[in-house]
Design a protein around this ligand. Structure first.
Ligand code: AHR
Length: 322
C-alpha cells in the first residue's frame, strides 16, 4: 500500500514538473511563455499590432504575459525586469525609444532569456543583447513619402513650404522617417521645411500641433508630411477648422496605411499613405518557435510594404486587414 502511495506521488510530481513552463506557474507541457511589452495604444496601427501579437501568441502553444507601457520607457524597463524575475522563456518588445536599453538587456542576457525586438529598433553597443529584430524599414518609408511629394509637385515652382509632424521624440520611426524624408527632399531646392515638431503619434497631439503650425504660418503651408496616419487625421481636423481644404490647399502624405487613412483618402482629405504593416504576430511567433528549438534566426526580418494614393482606394479599401 505504502509503495503504491509513493509511486502515485512520484507520478504526480513528474506530471507537474513536465507541465510547468520556465515561467514557473502551471502551464501545459511544452508551452512557451513569452513576456511582451507593448509601446501603448497611441494609434490605430498600434491597436492592430497588439491584436496581431495576441492572436499569434495564443494558448495552448504560448502563454503570453502582455504589458502596456503607455508610451513610457520606465514602464517598459519595469515590465522587462518583471519578465526576467518570472523567468519567461522569451521576451519580445517594441521599444518606445531607441536608447537607454543596455542595462536591462544585459540583465536578460545574464538570465539566458532571448530577446526579440518587434517593430522598433534599439541603439546598443553590443548587438548580442538581442536575438533578432522584426519590423519595417522606417528610413525607406520616409524616402517613399518624399518621393511621393516630389512626384506630386512635378512642374510646380518653388518655394514649396512643407510642415512635418514628427512621431514620438527619440523613437526609431520618428528618427528614421525624418532621416529618409530629408535625404530625398532636401536635394530639391524648391522645398523649404518651415515647421517640424512632434505630435507623439496621436490624433489629439497631431491636431494640436497643426493648429499651432497654422497659427504661425497662416495659409502658407503647401505640403504636410505626418509620420503616421493618426497625426495626419488630427491635422486634417485642424486644417478644416481653419477654413482650409485638406488634400487640396495642403497636400498631405502620412505613414501606416490604416483604415482611417483610406477613409480620409476616399473623402479626398488625405493624398497618400505609405504602408507600415502592423501584422507582425505570425512572423514573431515563428521566430520565437525557432529560437526555442535552437534554430538559427536572421538578425533582421524586414516587412514588405506599398504606397497608396487616392486613385487606389476603391480597389484597396475592401481588402485592407487593418
Ligand atoms: O512604430 C510604428 C509606429 O508607431 C506607427 O507608424 C505609429 O502609428 C505607431 O504609433
Amino acid at each position: 500500500m505504502n509503495k503504491c502511495l509513493v509511486l502515485a506521488a512520484i507520478l504526480v510530481l513528474a506530471a507537474l514538473a513536465g507541465g510547468c513552463s520556465r515561467g514557473g506557474q502551471a502551464g501545459q507541457a511544452g508551452q512557451i511563455t513569452v513576456g511582451f511589452s507593448q509601446v501603448g495604444a497611441e494609434s490605430e496601427w498600434r491597436t492592430a499590432n497588439t491584436a496581431s501579437v495576441k492572436a499569434a501568441l495564443a494558448a495552448p502553444e504560448f502563454r503570453l504575459k502582455f504589458s502596456d507601457a503607455q508610451q513610457k520607457q520606465e514602464n517598459q524597463i519595469k515590465a522587462l525586469r518583471s519578465f526576467i524575475a518570472q523567468r519567461v522563456d522569451v521576451i519580445a518588445f517594441s521599444p518606445v525609444v531607441e536608447s537607454g536599453w543596455e542595462t536591462v538587456l544585459r540583465e536578460a542576457k545574464n538570465a539566458h532569456i532571448p530577446v526579440v525586438l518587434t517593430d522598433r529598433a534599439v541603439k546598443v553597443s553590443d548587438e548580442s543583447l538581442y536575438a533578432t529584430f522584426i519590423g519595417s524599414d522606417f528610413v525607406e518609408e520616409g524616402r517613399k513619402a518624399a518621393r511621393w511629394v516630389l512626384e506630386d509637385s512635378k512642374g510646380k515652382p518653388g518655394p514649396i513650404r512643407v510642415a512635418e509632424l514628427q512621431g514620438t521624440v527619440g523613437s526609431a520611426p520618428a528618427n528614421d522617417r525624418m532621416k529618409g524624408f530629408h535625404e530625398v527632399l532636401d536635394a530639391d531646392p524648391r522645398f523649404q521645411v518651415v515647421r517640424s515638431q512632434s505630435g507623439d503619434f496621436t490624433r489629439a497631439k497631431g491636431k494640436e500641433v497643426m493648429e499651432a503650425f497654422l497659427k504661425a504660418e497662416g495659409n502658407k503651408i503647401d505640403v504636410l508630411f505626418a509620420h503616421n496616419d493618426d497625426m495626419a487625421i488630427g491635422a486634417i481636423q485642424a486644417i478644416e477648422e481653419a477654413g482650409l481644404k485638406p488634400g487640396q490647399d495642403i497636400r498631405i502624405v502620412s505613414i501606416d496605411g490604416v483604415h482611417g487613412a483610406f477613409e480620409a483618402m476616399k473623402a479626398g482629405k488625405l493624398n497618400a499613405t505609405i504602408e507600415c504593416n502592423p501584422l507582425l504576430g505570425p512572423k514573431l511567433a515563428q521566430l520565437i518557435r525557432d529560437i526555442k528549438a535552437g534554430q538559427p534566426v536572421p538578425r533582421r526580418v524586414v516587412v514588405e510594404e506599398g504606397v497608396f494614393t487616392q486613385d487606389q482606394v476603391a480597389a484597396e479599401l475592401p481588402k485592407r486587414k487593418y
